[in-house]
Design a protein around this ligand. Structure first.
Ligand code: NAP
Ligand code: ZN
Length: 353
């Protein structure tokens, strides 16, 4: 094992602070990565504050972070995909059983035995649970390491590993393409990636935001139209018109108002990790053969496909790069919907700890 630097939280009410941790020495199939940037996903905040206790309780200390980009420092003797110096990424998963029907289909994100990048039992026994990307290094089996296209700037490429795949996968599955009208609810980290990707797929994109101050940015990011969702008149204009709406909101909210905007057979997909029950009207669904679904990140092959698509179209997240010492402040800003549009931690800042 070797020593690494990380930021962790000791309890649901503690601030994140510098903590030395151990990482395992690479086994034959492992890749040791020097982490250069890590995005801050709202899921990090949910987990740090144990807001998902009913679904996946947090084990403390927690080292969050699952939007990791970095450079390969070392590879194990049997690694074939990577060599020292390669630019790579790691998302929400670092392992799975590889044999279940979902793994066989490339849907490791639905493996009943998957290992999440943080807060999953650590099969290697390095620590009680896995520690994520708010750290200067990580060791991951090569099967769960992705290639980062060389043209992408790294601070903005990091958020592709979660925000990118979590929006790419449902948009892709819904067959979003030219001629489709697509709504994106919530202009945060996921939402702004959803806008960029839906536009790249050729759709007509409408952003729904609670923040009137984000209107100009929404257009700059690629939206064709912007609606302030608290304005009932603006909402009504879009009734019965959408093929697909992707809802990225991180808190309890009125989803019925979006169901009303779906056209015949339209679908609303929720990705926000809201644990409180949300009401929906059966008649909203019945009058229009509409449906509501969920979507969970994406499998490894699809994540690589998304990265290659972003490389081809030169798509990255709009990021505010911060030193890790500002992470607690960033969390408070995220809660105020004040993120433009993803924080990306520059891990060089850990050197001073
Ligand atoms: P984020 O950057 O904080 O963005 C969320 C946005 O939702 C905010 O910027 C805000 O947009 C809107 N919003 C926040 N509170 C709201 C409220 N009370 N009512 C209405 N709108 C509100 O968060 P994120 O990182 O994009 O993550 C979004 C959610 O997705 C989180 O719950 C996260 O855990 C979850 N997630 C799920 C998956 C998955 O696989 N399903 C993967 C990653 C993340 P406006 O200012 O535009 O209104
Ligand atoms: Zn995430």
């Amino acid at each position: 094992m070797f020593n690494a630097k990380a930021y962790s939280a000791a309890s649901a009410t503690s601030l994140l602070a510098h903590t030395p941790i151990k990482r395992r020495d690479p086994t034959p199939h492992d890749v040791q990565i020097e982490i250069l940037f890590c995005g801050i996903c709202h899921s990090d905040l949910h987990a740090v504050r144990n807001e998902w206790s009913s679904v996946m309780p947090t084990v403390y200390p927690i080292v969050p972070g699952h939007e990791i980009v970095g450079r390969v420092a070392k590879v194990g003797s049997a690694v074939t995909k990577f060599k020292a110096g390669d630019l790579v990424g790691v998302g929400c998963l670092v392992d799975s059983d590889r044999t279940c029907p979902n793994c066989q289909k490339g849907l490791e994100n639905f493996c009943p035995h998957m290992t999440l990048t943080f807060n999953s039992p650590d099969k290697h026994g390095t620590a009680p649970v896995t520690y994520g990307g708010y750290s200067d290094s990580i060791v991951v089996d090569e099967r769960f390491v992705l290639r980062i296209p060389s043209n992408l700037k790294l601070p903005g490429a990091a958020p592709l590993l979660c925000a990118g795949i979590t929006t790419y996968s449902p948009l892709h599955r819904a067959g979003v393409t030219e001629g489709k009208k697509v709504g994106i609810v919530g202009l945060g980290g996921l939402g702004h990636m959803g806008v960029k990707l839906a536009r790249a797929f050729g759709a007509h994109v409408v952003v729904f935001t609670t923040s009137p101050g984000k209107k100009e940015d929404a257009i700059r990011l690629g939206a064709n139209e912007v609606v302030v969702s608290r304005n009932a008149d603006e909402m009504k204009k879009h009734a019965f018109s959408f093929d697909f709406i992707l809802d990225t909101v991180s808190a309890q909210h009125d989803i019925d108002q979006y169901i009303q905007l779906l056209g015949l057979g339209g679908n609303l997909t929720l990705v926000g990790g809201v644990t409180k029950p949300q009401s929906l009207s059966s008649f909203g669904l019945i009058f229009g053969n509409r449906s509501v679904s969920g979507s969970n990140i994406g499998g490894l092959a699809e994540t690589q496909e998304m990265l290659d698509f972003c490389g081809k179209h030169n798509i990255t997240a709009d990021v505010e790069v911060i030193p890790i010492q500002k992470v607690n402040e960033a969390y408070e800003r995220m809660l105020k919907s004040d993120v433009k549009y993803r924080f990306s931690i520059d891990m060089a800042s850990l050197k001073s700890e």
